[in-house]
Structure formats: structure tokens, C-alpha cells
Design a protein around this ligand. Structure first.
Ligand code: BES
Ligand code: ZN
Ligand code: ZN
Length: 471
């Protein structure tokens, strides 16, 4: 499916179907209002009315806000993908909604069928977006940027959706090398022997019962004169069985998505390098598989992390924070960054706190959170702040080690996980660090907004927008 931007009058474009957005008030004055009334079309948001003979697909919108247009494009592409039409055209009326329209078609039209013997075939090839304006070149830039970000989001979705027997820590390494080669990035990998030398015993413990070796991946995008340096850290649990604190069967299904932080970070550096942003980007990934076995790490183990902080393991299913503790420590010692962001499907509690659609954002700097939220809100992704406090911090106390890997109380689990990570953030990085819990937002079994079944590519759009606006 190609989305193309044309500097033409809509009537001069040849296509099978014309897509038209309509608000409630516009129905009565429309030249087709008789048929629309007959069909009972009220132009409710996300409703559609297909006049096959006329070659028009009407899409209802509440107003021309980006959110509503994105969502209307999702409804349109879903119908059109199951039809036999090859091309469609539509006018881009509100210039500031171009990105939303591109996202609606590309992300809403996405499907992952690598494992189907007979992939769903769609006839839809070309989507023509008509803009007739003197400012075409400016719009064309926005258009190209939106395409890059939407495609990077699909790249992230593709790898999160891969089955765990295919995508393990070592194949994730191979994928990272391939991305580095394709996009001119530097790629360093620390295999288990190197992780031992780095004293990354928290991360190593989590992966010990897996037949696949754990690895730390470090990708670098280095433009000539970077305005800022940012380190992006991703949780890459290619499978989370829970370990000896084994998950119940129903919670284990979908745990291939526990690598979504890592895959998100890959999508972000891919987008940034293709956008040719003036920001130096370091992506650090902890690629590990949490399994059971005779040599598995255990509740009651005490781990000595890379930063020498000792950790009492009380639950082997709280493994993501153990991996991140070591990767965050390594990232801070390797790169002097202006920003340090980590992305992780870290806690089910985050979904309880904010709902399944919203990414939980934690950190010490309200200013940075506020700044990031502006970028996120313009990107179509949902974010919500979860505040740290000293009372919750106390719940991580351990009687025998420096910190426990789980809280002693059952409430506020997303925040206590964030505060666990805080223990591994150096003093000079506290105000530069943000933690993103994407447990709910990274994967869905019921479509919402421009997300279809499976991985959503959470993080890619909002971080790309943040990076684009860095000064
Ligand atoms: N990967 C899970 C978190 C998760 C749960 C992600 C549901 C997506 C959907 C994480 O490793 C985990 O198991 N966390 C535990 C922490 C608990 C043991 C303190 C959880 O959320 O139950
Ligand atoms: Zn877990
Ligand atoms: Zn996990």
C-alpha cells in the first residue's frame, strides 16, 4: 500500500474511490444528501457510508481535529482493504492534519500475517492525497517525515509480533546488526562473557535458565553536529515466562511482547536516522529470555548488580527491572547524555493505574515531563504521569540486601517499579531521566484508534516528535 502526496486538484486525480470526510452539519447541504439520508447516515465519528455506484466513501467526523481525522482514516482503510478497489483519493483540507491522515492509513491498514499460510490479500495499492496549495513543498516535508515515522512504527510492530521461538536474544542481535547496516549506525554487542566482565550479574541471572545467551546491544546514530545527546534504553525480554515465580497460563500468553521496549527503541533510532535529525542517539537494549530450569535464578537469591547495589530477589517475574538496572548503569557509564529515557513493558499495575491505552511516565523532573508531554500529545500517543513519593520508596526495603526487587505492599506497583529503577540512576542524571511503562500501550488484542491486533509500536511516534523538536 502506497500513500502518495500530489500537488493537484482532487478532480484531476484518477482513482477508483473518492473518500470524503463529513461532519454532521455538512450532511444536509451535501449534493448527495438525499441518498445519505436514505441510508440513515448521520456522519457520526467513525461511521461510514459507501456509495459504490458513485464511487464515494463518506466518513463521519465530529470535527476536523487530527484525532478525529486519524480515526476516520482507520475506518476508511479497514473497509477499503476488504474491497477490490485498487486506488483511492482524498483532499487534505486541514494542513495540520496531514500526519494524522498518513498514520490513519498506514497504521490502521497494518496487518501482520507472516505466519499465515495464506496472507490476507488486498487489492488496495495507491492512496492519493491531494493538496492544492502554493505551500506544497512545506507540506511535502511534513508528509515525508510522517511516512518515515509511520513506517518505523510498523517496523517495531513487525518485530514485536514475531513469535518467541523465532525472535530470541540472539536473533534480536542479528536484527540490530541488520538495522545498523541498513541505516549506517554503529552496532556494538556485549555477549555473556563481556557481560560477566562488566559484572552485570542482575541481567545475567534473569537469562541464566534460557538456552539463548543474553546480550546487550548498543546502537549509535551520530550526526555531524548534534545539538544534544540522548540515550534510549529498552527492555528486551524476548519471552517472560515469569521464571520460577511462574506466570499462570492466561498471563503467559502474549508475553512475547515483553521485548516491546527494545523494539520500540530500535524503531526510534531507525526513524531518527532516516529523518537525519541533529541529535546523537544511543540505543541500549538488554536482550534476555526469562525461563525456568535447574539453573534458574530463584526467589531468595541476592544479586550483586553492576553498580554494586545488592538486590534481594523475592519474585523472579519482576525481572525487567533487574535487566534495566544493569543496562541503565552501563548506559550512564558509557555515554554522557543530555537525556536518558527507558522503555519497558514493566508492570501490569501500570494498566490498572492508567488503563490499557496510556503509557505511564515517571521521573524526577516535572519540567522534562511537561516538555515531553507536549511532544507526545501532538503525536497521537497517550501519556500519563505517575508520581514518585518517599512512602512508596520505603516499600522496597530489604532486610538482607540493599533493595528488594518487589514492593512489600500490593498497591502502586508501577511507581514502585519506577522507584526501583531510580536506585540505579546516578545523581547527575536524575533530572535528565524519564521512565516509560508501556505494559498496556505496547500490545493489544482488541483494536483501538490506529492500533490493530498485536503490537502497537508504542513510543516511536512520541519520541520521534520529541527528538524532532529538540533545540
Ligand atoms: N512483563 C511483565 C509486565 C507485564 C504484565 C507486561 C502484563 C505486559 C502485560 C513483568 O515482567 C511482570 O511480570 N511484572 C510483574 C511484577 C510483579 C511480580 C511485582 C507484574 O506486573 O505482575
Ligand atoms: Zn515478569
Ligand atoms: Zn517482563
Amino acid at each position: 500500500m502506497n500513500v502518495l502526496l500530489l500537488n493537484k486538484n482532487i478532480s484531476d486525480i484518477k482513482a477508483d474511490i473518492l473518500v470524503e470526510f463529513l461532519t454532521k452539519n455538512e450532511v444536509e447541504n451535501h449534493s448527495e444528501h438525499k441518498i445519505l439520508n436514505k441510508a440513515g447516515f448521520k456522519a457520526e465519528q467513525d461511521s461510514t457510508c459507501f456509495l459504490y455506484e458513485k464511487g464515494i466513501l463518506f466518513c463521519g467526523v465530529e470535527n476536523l481535529d487530527s484525532e478525529n481525522l486519524r480515526s476516520a482514516c482507520v475506518s476508511a482503510v479497514k473497509i477499503l482493504k476488504t474491497s477490490s478497489y485498487k486506488s483511492i483519493k482524498l483532499s487534505v483540507i486541514a494542513n495540520n492534519s496531514l500526519s494524522a491522515i498518513v498514520e490513519g492509513f498506514i497504521l490502521g491498514g497494518y496487518s501482520f500475517d507472516d505466519y499465515k499460510s495464506e496472507p490476507n490479500k488486498t487489492a488496495l495499492k495507491n492512496i492519493y492525497l491531494a493538496v492544492n496549495t502554493l505551500k506544497f513543498s512545506k507540506l511535502e516535508k511534513t508528509f515525508k517525515e510522517s511516512l518515515i515515522v509511520a513506517n518505523a512504527t510498523c517496523f517495531t510492530r513487525d518485530i514485536v509480533n514475531m513469535a518467541p521461538q523465532e525472535l530470541n536474544p540472539q536473533t534480536l542481535v542479528t536484527l540490530a546488526y541488520k538495522l545498523a547496516e541498513d541505516n549506517g549506525l554503529k552496532c556494538d554487542v556485549l555477549q555473556e562473557d563481556a557481560l560477566e566482565k562488566e559484572n552485570m550479574h542482575a541481567m545475567l541471572a534473569v537469562g541464566r535458565a534460557s538456552v539463548h545467551g543474553s546480550a546487550l546491544i548498543h546502537l549509535t546514530y551520530k550526526p555531524k553536529n548534534p545539538k544534544k545527546v540522548i540515550s534510549l534504553v529498552g527492555k528486551g525480554l524476548t519471552y517472560d515466562s515469569g521464571g520460577l515465580s511462574l506466570k499462570v497460563p492466561t498471563s503467559m500468553v502474549t508475553m512475547k511482547m515483553d521485548k516491546a521496549g527494545a523494539c520500540g527503541v530500535l524503531g526510534m533510532i531507525k526513524a531518527a536516522s532516516e529523518l537525519k535529525l541533529d541529535v546523537e542517539i544511543h540505543a541500549f537494549i538488554g536482550a534476555v529470555e526469562n525461563m525456568v530450569g535447574g539453573n534458574a535464578y530463584k526467589p531468595d537469591d541476592v544479586l550483586v548488580s553492576r553498580s554494586k547495589t545488592t538486590i534481594e530477589v523475592r519474585n523472579t517475574d519482576a525481572e525487567g527491572r533487574l535487566v534495566l538496572a544493569d543496562v541503565l548503569s552501563y548506559a550512564q557509564d558509557t555515554v554522557k547524555a543530555d537525556y536518558l529515557f527507558d522503555f519497558a513493558t514493566l508492570t501490569g499495575a501500570c494498566m490498572v493505574a492508567l488503563g490499557e491505552y496510556t503509557t505511564g511516565v515517571m521521573g524526577h523532573s516535572n519540567k522534562l515531563k511537561h516538555h515531553f508531554f507536549e511532544a507526545a500529545n501532538n503525536s497521537g500517543e497517550l501519556v500519563g504521569a505517575l508520581p514518585f513519593n518517599r512512602h512508596l520508596k520505603k516499600l522496597l526495603k530489604s532486610e538482607i540486601a540493599d533493595i528488594s526487587n518487589v514492593s512489600s505492599r500490593p498497591y502502586g506497583g508501577a511507581i514502585t517499579a519506577g522507584m526501583f529503577l531510580d536506585k540505579f540512576i546516578n545523581e547527575d542524571m536524575k533530572e535528565k531521566w524519564l521512565h516509560f511503562d508501556i505494559a498496556g500501550s505496547a500490545y493489544t488484542e482488541t483494536p483501538w484508534d490506529c492500533n490493530v491486533y498485536g503490537a502497537t509500536g508504542a513510543g516511536v511516534r512520541m519520541v520521534s516528535n520529541f527528538l524532532k523538536n529538540i533545540e
